[in-house]
Design a protein around this ligand. Structure first.
Ligand code: UGA
Length: 445
């Protein structure tokens, strides 16, 4: 049995979810964050983020004492054997990554290590451009601790592949674990930790150097984003081809094992805190090296215009949108989260407002976050039915389960005129097309 006490620096999605997963396997996790309000909320047993089951686990492990959190980095380093860095790496205006939080945590860990006599492993989980762990993080820790990497402390880069909305499931059932190691001892300790964690369910482990691990994360997200922009491109071709439906095309393509059915859902494009940011960062990184990654730029461009397709479909039915009531079903960047960062609903609503439409929106979880963006520019409904009431057109923007339960009759009975645009392909076009004026992404008419 290896290390049992782990600290997590940064209590966002990755930090909090991973910490609680370790607690669920009887490790002791310590969460650290500089945000005092966030730490206070978590200590009280409330999760600052919406993630299925997270709240229950948090309360259970706080009660059991296998998870606690603080704002004191030194205490966390002293009370643990391994520290994961899980802070955010936001975009700068030129698309490159802001390493300010990473630098601060590296300094804090360095200062704490100065006081610690035993060996400690530092693991970078935040998404950082190739070279960051070796050239930025390592020297900061060495300078502030006065200790040597590889001898006094270890260093790994261990990218994260969990998705918001299924973070706990993904952490407990990953497809692979990537361990970028500064030296063999560091890699061995991290591998042992994961072997203890997963026991007989251990997934494939790839051991490599630090910059390769860093690039694996960007390449994986860029590939998934490319798959989405690819199927959206096919969807846009399907839409102009009578009687062709992209969902059937994607289903058949996905049966080819080389393609796989995952991330082939055509729709409004990708949003969230990861794909848009990581694409931008990889493009910026590549350009700095003197190579323009044209394919990645095309992936981004397709994604930028994709949300406007539903506005055009809306105009095809209504002509001018001036003073028309448009109902937006779904605001979050995907279901099972309250996160609206880079959500496709944002450019859609802004465009509708620009066209003079009156927008009413509803989301099962993201209303609070949406209000902070749209303020009083739009109306907020408290249910799907209230949202579509007297609307001239409905746009399905996020594929929440509760929207899948809506029937053609729900739209007919509540709307001023039953026009529905399915931006996420959740409704059966035959059934809905018969009873409503219906259009959808990738559906040739
Ligand atoms: C993504 C990756 O899937 C994770 O592996 C990675 O760890 C994470 O980024 C990260 O870098 O932290 P996430 O952003 O939580 O996870 O969400 P996804 O489920 O990947 O969805 C991203 C966006 O793509 C959503 O807006 C979703 O609606 C869209 N999408 C996804 C499609 O439009 N079509 C699809 O077929 C799949």
């Amino acid at each position: 049995m290896g290390c049992k006490r782990i600290s997590f620096f940064g209590l966002g999605y990755v930090g909090l979810c991973t910490a609680l997963c370790f607690s669920s396997k009887n490790f002791t996790s310590i969460g650290v964050d500089i945000d005092q309000e966030k730490v206070r909320t978590i200590k009280e047993g409330s999760s600052p983020i919406y993630e299925p089951s997270l709240h229950t686990l948090l309360q259970e492990f706080l009660d059991r004492g296998t998870f606690h959190c603080s704002t004191n980095p030194c205490e966390a380093v002293m009370e643990s054997d391994i520290s994961f860095i899980t802070v955010g790496t936001p975009s700068l205006p030129d698309g490159s990554i802001d390493l300010a939080y990473i630098r601060q945590v590296a300094r804090d860990i360095g200062e704490a290590l100065k006081e610690k006599s035993s060996y400690h492993l530092v693991v970078v989980k935040s998404t950082v451009p190739p070279g960051t762990t070796e050239k930025t993080i390592k020297p900061i820790i060495e300078t502030h601790s006065g200790k040597q990497c590889g001898t006094d402390f270890g260093l790994c880069m261990n990218p994260e592949f969990l998705r918001e909305g299924s973070a706990l499931h993904d952490t407990l059932n990953p497809d692979r674990i990537v361990i970028g190691e500064h030296d063999k001892k560091s890699g061995d300790i991290l591998e042992t930790l994961y072997r203890d964690f997963y026991e007989e369910k251990i997934p494939s482990i790839i051991r490599t150097n630090l910059p390769t691990a860093e690039l694996i994360k960007y390449a994986s997200n860029a590939f998934l984003a490319a798959k989405i922009s690819f199927i959206n491109t096919i969807a846009n071709i399907c839409e102009k081809t009578p009687d062709v439906d992209v969902t059937t095309v994607a289903k058949a393509m996905g049966l080819d094992k080389r393609i796989s059915p995952h991330f082939l859902n055509a729709g409004l494009g990708y949003g969230g805190s990861c794909f848009p940011k990581d694409l931008k960062a990889l493009i910026a990184y590549s350009k700095k090296l003197g190579y323009t990654p044209e394919l990645l730029e095309a992936v981004e461009n397709v994604n930028k215009t994709q949300p406007y397709k539903v506005v055009q479909l809306c105009k095809n039915f209504l002509g001018s949108l001036k003073n028309k009531k448009i109902a937006i079903l779904g605001l979050a960047f995907k279901p099972n989260t309250d996160d609206i960062r880079e959500a496709r609903s944002i450019p859609i609503i802004n465009k509708l407002l620009k066209e003079g439409a009156n927008v009413t929106a509803y989301d099962p979880a993201a209303m609070r976050n949406a209000k902070s963006i749209f303020k009083n520019k739009i109306e907020y409904a408290s249910s799907a039915t209230e949202c579509i009431k007297n609307a001239d057109c409905g746009i399905l923007a996020t594929e929440w389960e509760e929207f899948k339960k809506l029937t053609p009759e729900d739209f007919i009975q509540n709307m001023k005129q039953p026009i529905l645009i399915d931006g996420r392909r959740i409704y059966n076009p035959e059934e809905f097309g018969k009873k409503l004026k219906f259009a959808a992404i990738g559906l040739g008419n």
